[in-house]
Design a protein around this ligand. Sequence first.
Ligand code: ZN
Length: 145
Amino acid sequence: MATTIESPFEIGQEVWCISNQSKPYNEPCETCKGTGRVHLNDESFVCPDSCYMGQKRKHTPVQWEVVGPRTVGQIRVEITDSPGYPCKTSADNYTQQKSRVDRCMCIDTGIGSGNVYTYNKHVFLSKEIAQAECDNRNKTIESKE
Ligand SMILES: [Zn+2]
């Protein structure tokens, strides 16, 4: 019996991914006021506050954001339906299992090797749904701070 498998994705379809990144930026060092040097008794010294030429590397707080659109170039469907195998191991892989996972890879981020995106977790079919998911996750981040 052949199995017909449907996927939420189509090859060539535009999808929207989400990613959480903190972006690096430079900020003037407070100790040397961005000059890279400090003055003491009419002498000038390299700033001791581990800055780089008066700049300090900072990172923005981690925020989820929508990335895309990206184009589906590979579709992966994983269907698990196992009644379990009766043996004396307690390993999870012999227990009863039932799951369905839809994933895709995108032309923009590499096919075969690259990011694998899980449907409704990392990749969404519309920008609006992806944005709603980001808003939701960012709320959780804020409430933890
Ligand atoms: Zn400094």
